[in-house]
Design a protein around this ligand. Structure first.
Ligand SMILES: [Zn+2]
Length: 231
């Protein structure tokens, strides 16, 4: 579980807005309370549109071509393409829960991000396992109707990594050690995820974990067109 409530709430907020309080500030200016839809990736709706379902099917076929073993998860609120990955190994990297055990629902796009490039980047950095607090968590940001991307099954908070020698590196204690810095750099360069949130770019709110967040298909863009990592 996340170390503190503050950390969790901050992470949920940044997961959605990228800028602390941005959505709330806009809501005050416009007089409108932000709705859930604004937290969806561009073009996403709930329930999933036919286009999203087609994207999900394409994602699942892509997992097959990448050799990922997956199975459908039960319909899960706000997760467009819910799946389980029974062995929890993606792109050569093991995902290990440090909180709730058991099957972890995730959106296909998160599995794909790891299997398609994120895992290779982590492996190249000397990481063989990610120890995460949770993947799918359905909740709003406190005092708002803004849904976190954790609720979409697209995000994951990693508190510890295991290196190639089996050493457990704790983000709060060991960042900016070589392996953690290399993991951050290589994952960001891979483009598999939106810019990681880490102690390196958000010491105040992410001093003890890395926030990974998969891109939706519409958010995938060539490197020169990508927005810089959100702080
Ligand atoms: Zn997070």
């Amino acid at each position: 579980m996340p170390r503190t409530l503050n950390t969790l709430l901050a992470c949920l907020l940044l997961a959605v807005t990228g800028v602390p309080g941005a959505a709330e500030a806009k809501a005050k200016r416009t007089g409108k309370r932000p709705g859930h839809a604004r937290n969806m990736p561009p073009g996403w709706t709930w329930p999933p549109s036919p286009a999203m379902r087609a994207e999900g099917e394409a994602c699942l076929r892509h997992l097959d071509t990448l050799g990922v073993t997956w199975r459908p998860a039960p319909a899960t609120r706000k997760v467009s393409t819910p799946i389980y990955v029974p062995d929890m190994v993606l792109g050569g990297v093991a995902l290990v829960p440090i909180g709730r055990k058991g099957p972890q629902v995730m959106d296909c796009q998160l599995a794909r991000a790891l299997a398609e490039g994120g895992g290779a980047a982590l492996t190249a950095a000397g990481v063989k396992a990610l120890r995460f607090s949770s993947i799918h968590t359905y909740r709003n940001i406190a005092h708002t109707r803004i849904l976190s991307r954790h609720a979409l099954g697209l995000a994951m908070d990693v508190y510890e990594v295991v290196d190639a020698d089996g050493n457990v590196l704790v983000v709060k204690r060991d960042y900016p050690g070589t392996v953690l810095r290399e993991a951050e750099r290589r994952v960001n360069e891979s483009g598999a995820f939106r810019g990681l949130l880490t102690p390196g770019n958000d010491r105040r709110r992410h001093d003890d974990h890395f926030h990974f967040e998969a891109r939706s298909p519409s958010e995938k863009a060539p490197p020169e067109k990508r927005a810089p990592p959100t702080p």
